[in-house]
Design a binder for this molecule. Structure first.
Ligand code: LHQ
Length: 261
């Protein structure tokens, strides 16, 4: 069997491919484990400055592998265990990763698959791709951060519609609604996502990490607290080599050569 996750690093970009195409890259425990390993490497390895996440085949990810859920018999199934041990740590790892994550949604993203995509920082989707909050279709509630991120991205009215109806939202509507960064032609998806990831991998990595932190913390901060946080984060950014290089490059009218330090 091919591994359910493919990961490789080139020129600062770690490309991670969900690789169970015959199941539309639905998650099983092995895939979770390997994806976490790849993200830990992204966190620890200075050679990785941006992550690019995509799926193999015609889908991005169909969420939890339902064929591995045996609902027969009288066994009580406690889904909170799966959430607590697999999905929540994954989303936390992604959001706290101090490096940008670009997502190239190459096809349908359903259930937890949609919300893992939305946990990335810059989401590009092929025009033929779609997002489905499939949970209510099978009697579940949005997880993997969906109930948090949806109203914040698209507003409550649209979040309620997506979550209760479980309808398919096409990539172009997803872009129009502000759910994702950009819908792109199918045959240009990987080139555009790759170029975006390469550009970020040549950028000021520490500042990117601090920007992620500032935007995430703003969700719960008052303006007062956020102003304090910005002060503290700017202090850190101002101590980086990349800040010195950025200013020097500006003054010398040349392109900055950021090292991610
Ligand atoms: C699948 C799946 C799948 C297995 C397609 N599993 N095989 C968290 C914690 C704990 C428990 C539960 O859940 C969660 C979070 C969740 O993610 S819940 C939501 C789970 N996901 C779904 O409900 C989506 C299920 N899939 C679909 O509705 C459709 O497959 C979509 C709309 C994604 C795509 O439809 P089509 O393009 O028509 O493809 P298809 O349905 O024909 O699927 C292709 C194959 O992939 C097929 O297998 P087959 O052997 O017949 O070719 C499907 O059975 C398989 N597949 N999703 N989640």
């Amino acid at each position: 069997m091919p591994p359910p996750i493919l990961a490789s690093v080139e020129a600062g970009v770690q490309t991670i491919t969900l690789n169970r195409p015959e199941r539309l890259n639905a998650f099983n425990p092995e895939m979770h484990g390997l994806l976490r390993q790849a993200l830990e490497r992204a966190a620890d390895d200075d050679a990785v400055r941006t992550v690019l996440l995509t799926g193999a085949g015609r889908g991005f990810c169909a969420g939890q592998d339902l064929s591995e859920r045996d609902l027969g018999g009288d066994a009580v199934i406690d889904l909170s265990v799966t959430i607590e041990t697999l999905y929540n740590p994954l989303v936390r790892r992604m959001r706290a990763l101090p490096k940008p994550i670009v997502c190239a949604v190459n096809g349908v993203a359903a259930g937890a698959g949609a919300n893992v995509a939305l946990a990335c920082d810059l989401v590009l989707a092929a025009r033929s791709a779609s997002f489905i909050q499939a949970f209510a279709r099978i009697g579940l509630v949005p997880d993997s951060g969906g109930s948090w991120v949806l109203p914040r991205l698209v507003g409550r009215a649209r979040a309620v519609g997506l979550a209760l109806l479980g309808d398919k939202l096409g990539a172009e509507d997803a872009e129009r609604w502000g759910l994702i960064w950009k819908a792109v032609d199918d045959d240009k998806l990987m080139a555009e996502a790759g170029a975006l990831a390469s550009g970020l991998a040549a950028g000021p990595t520490c500042a990117y990490g601090l920007i992620k932190r500032a935007l995430d913390d703003s969700e719960t901060n008052t303006l007062e607290a956020q102003l304090d946080l910005e002060r503290d984060l700017q202090r850190k950014a101002g101590l980086t080599e990349d800040y010195r290089e950025g200013v020097a490059a500006f003054l010398e009218k040349r392109k900055a050569q950021f090292k991610g330090k």
